[in-house]
Ligand binder design. Structure first.
Ligand code: FAQ
Length: 330
């Protein structure tokens, strides 16, 4: 997907990885083990660079595509206050996408290239944004569960070994925490409302719970990237560890709302101090990743149209930048 890791040697493409010496790799791992931050201009293995570009760009794409399910309710928010809050949240997600593209660009891949990879279907975005927002309660469930899961995953990323990503995450996490609270506040209002409102809240929880658990990625045994990313301290916890932390934090919150988790296997295990939960439908997860979720086609069509509609803005901005540069040079 990313060609920058390839060199031409003797007419044949050769991966730069092949030119990395054992000493260089050992010295790099020693820096990681000593908890030093790796900065954009430091030497790094090409595989580390590729892993980061993949993860950070996919994270950025998720933020941008993630504006769509909630954007769907901006014109129908029940009160002016809720509308203002939702507008701010959706704008925050755009900001997160931009910081993240910025962090990934420091690794030598342009934002244009990353966006093109998304539009060409070569780069992924989070599975969660391929589900529809059918009622206002879904906006509450997204804030509570989706932002809640995102925070659980992103707090450890503030300590990720790559400096620009770690620093971008600090601000993102502060904003996500406000997003989670606003979602929980919507759920609380509905859960304390009349019977129809409470039923809407329960229905939204039923539909968003399992896809939220899928956000953490495949089980550790089926996660091809985890072992290496943990060794490089890009990931500080495994997919299953973070999923368990999320379940442990969220089940009592559902109890406070008076809602029931849609999992008859969910039970508190005294011995381990954790909630045990049922099997995730991994077939559904892989179907969504393959492009066959309920909204994949709609999400990508909307993104492609927005990109095409924005072409004149990008052109105008670059012509303006050229004029400014010429003026400054003169
Ligand atoms: N959806 O070996 P692993 C948000 C892919 S932001 C789609 O475990 P890794 C804020 C994975 O990419 C949400 N694909 O991979 C918000 C890989 O495919 P590849 C996004 C998934 O990277 C809220 C393959 O499966 N957050 O919600 C998913 O070590 C509300 C094998 O998986 C981030 O991106 C999935 N759920 O671990 C916005 C956080 N899970 O690349 C708007 C940063 C796995 O080989 C509204 N990312 N895959 O083709 C991460 O922490 C990691 O990349 C994981 C996956 C944990 C997502």
């Amino acid at each position: 997907m990313y060609t920058q890791g390839l060199d031409q040697a003797g007419g044949k493409p050769q991966r730069r990885d092949a030119l990395e010496s054992a000493e260089q790799l050992a010295a790099f791992q020693a820096r990681i083990d000593a908890d030093e931050k790796i900065e954009a201009k430091d030497w790094m293995p090409e595989a580390y660079r590729r892993t980061l570009v993949r993860q950070i760009s996919q994270h950025a794409h998720s933020e941008i595509i993630g504006m769509q399910p909630e954007g769907n309710w901006l014109t129908r928010a029940p009160t002016l206050r809720r509308k203002a809050i939702l507008l701010a949240k959706v704008q925050d997600e755009a900001g997160h996408g931009l910081y993240l593209y910025g962090a990934a660009e420091t690794l030598g891949t342009s934002r244009e290239q990353m966006v093109q990879d998304l539009l060409d279907g070569k780069a992924k975005y989070s599975s969660i944004f391929n589900y529809p927002t059918l009622t206002w309660a879904d906006i509450g469930a997204i804030g509570w569960l989706v932002d809640g899961a995102a925070i659980m995953n992103q707090i450890p990323l503030c300590r990720c070994s790559f400096g620009p990503y770690a620093r971008a995450m600090v601000r993102v996490c502060k904003e996500e925490s406000f997003h989670q609270r606003q979602g929980y506040d919507i759920m609380l209002t509905l859960a304390r409302g009349n019977a129809t409102q409470k039923a809407m809240a329960q229905d939204a929880l039923n539909r968003w719970w399992w896809p939220s658990l899928m956000m953490f990625g495949p089980n550790d045994a089926d996660s091809p990237h985890s072992a290496q990313s943990m060794q490089w301290k890009i990931k500080r916890f495994s997919n299953d560890e973070l999923r368990q932390k999320f379940v442990d934090a969220t089940v009592p919150q559902a109890g406070f709302l008076g809602l029931t988790m849609p999992d008859d296997k969910l039970a508190y295990d005294d011995e381990s101090g954790h909630y045990r939960f049922g099997e995730i439908n991994w077939q559904e997860f892989y179907d969504v990743l393959a492009g066959n979720g309920p909204c994949n086609r709609e999400r990508m069509a909307t993104r492609r149209k927005a990109h095409a509609d924005g072409a004149w803005v990008r052109e105008a901005a670059s012509v303006y930048a050229e004029k400014q540069a010429a003026r400054n040079a003169a």
